[in-house]
Design a protein around this ligand. Sequence first.
Ligand code: URA
Length: 437
Amino acid sequence: MRMYDLIMKKRNGGILSEEEITFMIQGFTAGKIPDYQMSAMMMAVYFQGMNEEETLHLTMAMAHSGDMLDLSQIAGVKVDKHSTGGVGDKTSLALTPMVAACGVKVAKMSGRGLGHTGGTIDKLESFTGFTTGISEETFLNNVNRIGIAIMGQTADLAPADKKLYALRDVTATVDNMSLIASSIMSKKLASGADAIVLDVKTGSGAFMKKEEDAFALAKEMTKLGNNAGRRTYAVISDMDQPLGFAVGNALEVKEAIATLQGRGPEDFTELCMTLGSYMLIAGGCAETEKEAREKLAAAVERGDALAKLAEFVEAQGGDKKAVFHPELLPQASIIEEIPAPRDGYVSRIQCDEIGICSLLLGGGRETKESEIDLSVGLILRKKKGDYVKKGESLAQIHANDRSRLESARERFLAAYTIVEQKPEPEPLIKGVILPKQ
Ligand code: URA
């Protein structure tokens, strides 16, 4: 088999067989197929697409390109959750202790933030000493013992995807549905969970700006997961404005803690309840959404969910005191309000720009190697549909550097649109895709 022939076949609109896709992925992972040939193939796929079968073969080949984590030592159903990424998306921080407190085992691989989106690992590192660099043995023991463990993506997990994603990133071939779906799902399948709940974001802060594209991606990913024998659910949720009010690592941790105390923002709490319900159902801890919601609410009310966060933080080396005393988390030295330039209703928030404000303050990574400032970020005071008077605060900005603060302030104000007419409210949850019974 020759890579040249496969490129030509795809370029001309042909369908690649399982054998051909496996040859291509194995050869690329082993360094036998050079980047320039794989780039040409990615561009051919970008223009010609892949059908359902090809996408499944690609996903399986990438999932099997490295270690497949074996979670069989953990009793019961193991559930994973994945978000396609957004701004202020601290969902895993509150959701995982909530569901673990209800008896669902969460074995999760998380990533760091890149670009305008944040990452769970960076946020968790706001707890002094917290690490995701734990051994596989500790990971399995912790899930068994306390019901929750979060690990960083290891180099041995779906290495083909790692290499391919880096190539797609620099050859304008990221935004193809089959390539995105196979990239995300290959990592999820290699991580070993029995069931997967996907949070597919849509809107100006999301990867999928258009709702129809988010639905198409959600359908593609749930099909891949279910065909691979993992019960897969998808919730399509709004990311046309930041989730909750806090954007920035330690600020988001504080908001997640408040949510576990029953004092969280309405949208964020609702998203946790929705995703949490499917995790409980998938994990066999509830039969219906109603029952699941009641269990989740009770875990928060009793303080079990907050106690679970403390247990999890401590088990991964972090200082659990900050869970009960969030004032111990990193704090910025300059805190200022951003006054509204005029009276009116907030009709639009360019969500990715708010993520970039946090990045400008030092809270995100410009490159993979960047050091981040965990204390900086924004607390929004007004969200879409809110009325604001001129001079009233739109947001509180947390910074450690005056010039960074000024650039973020300017960018922030440009991201808000204030109009006279009250805009129509948009639903948070756009849709749900359930696995077939
Ligand atoms: N996230 C991934 O992991 N892969 C993609 O292709 C896009 C987003």
